[in-house]
Design a protein around this ligand. Sequence first.
Ligand code: FRU
Length: 509
Amino acid sequence: MMRQKLITAICISILLSLGNDIVAQSNNKVMNEMYRPQVHFSPKEHWINDPNGMVYYKGTYHLFFQYHPYSSVWGPMHWGHATSKDLIHWEPQPIAIYPDSLGTIFSGSAVVDKNNTSGFGKNGQPPLVAIFTQHDTIGEKAGRNNFQNQSIAYSIDNGKTWIKYAANPVVKNPGFRDFRDPKVMWYEPQRKWIMSLAVKDNITFYSSPDLKNWTRESDFGEGRGAHGGGWECPDLFVVDDNGKQRWVLLVNLNPGGPNIGSGTQYFVGNFDGKTFTSDQKDTHWLDYGPDNYAGVTWSNTGKRKILIGWMANWVYANQVPTDKWKNAMTIPRELKLKHVGKDIFLTSEPVAELNAIEKKPVLLNNEMVDKEMDLSKKIGKIILPLRLDISFKKTNYFTLELSNETGEKLLIGYDKKTNQYFIDRTASGKVDFQNGFAAKHMAPRLTDNATINISIIADESSVELFADDGLTLMTEIFFPAKPYNQIHLLSDEKVLITKLRYAALKGIW
Ligand code: FRU
């Protein structure tokens, strides 16, 4: 009897340890599914869209986001949460803000209320305050026009848990079906808070002494920029321009983007605490690729301006061929200003923190390519995720082709005839989930420098092109049957690569 008990106990412990192994294995595999981004934030499971409430506090970058915790398609929105010490490695956190009787939780922002203007602080600790739209689905279905209102919540445990303000909403809807996405900043000259709010296809600015009582100040947008769709997710902030302060207003719009569907435009100008003005004549786009939307910046990062975007497009975000989770964020990007002729452009470059996950780089200098070169022969088979930096001298045309053994390919290039960069994902892999996904997208080159510099960050299912030190950007997603592992350079003439630097990237999970 004793012997039998012993044998049973041993069997159980072997089974248990096997079980543990299986759990351990599947945990390791959890963020390793087909198409799973390896250096970009994506949720373990279910749907995400806009980044929300990004705030830097006590050495931690908080990323909240539009999240549907029960499904892989858009639905009742919550604020999901992840944190990072370096903007690259992300720790999933419990859901931060849940829907309530005022509605689901749409996009918004978060600030550190250093002076405790809200009175939510405790024991000398300033509160974090989140400002977001509550979307009342019942009111919407009933045909009312005031179903989007702005509410606030605060955290006195460094962003872990959030308490909704008892007197919500703090900005009541005067009757606009589109009235959302509050982005709040502190305006030091007049010691008050400024909220930028998307209202139909305009931005309305509000001000407040305490984040609870808001006064309408002005509107911006009529006759300005692109109006091919509704304006959403604005952001107003200061960027240093050689010691001079310039104001930038980011405005997301959907549809009406530069290539298809969702896009982000910006205005460089001035803000006096009441009104935003800009002399900018043309529409300026933050990113010409289809897959960088709803991007806004972190608050409380001092002079450094860091943006992250949703790496998707409303045209097909619900249909992309990942079942367990849907959608990811871009690589965080540092924003700066650059003068080109009479224009001032916003440049975006991958945050320097990305360098820390580079494996040993491979360098190539002064390589003349006569119409075609299998670069894998020079730098070895490429492995995603990767970063590739290339400089070309006086080139009229080039195509960089990332491909796999099954013949699927993504083309990234430049054509002097039209002076445009392009990304062509027509034959990139699975494209049939939405008409129009298979396309070639174009983006203008904005400088006439003789040298073309491009940086590419390619992950399992995305590519981000930063051309001319971040002047022209293209972000695109794709879904190949197997990860790309080959790289060719093609042209219709001789092309001189002056410098090439290739680094595989370590996965972040
Ligand atoms: C932008 C957006 C926002 C809204 C949120 C809803 O992508 O439509 O305007 O707050 O998504 O999830």
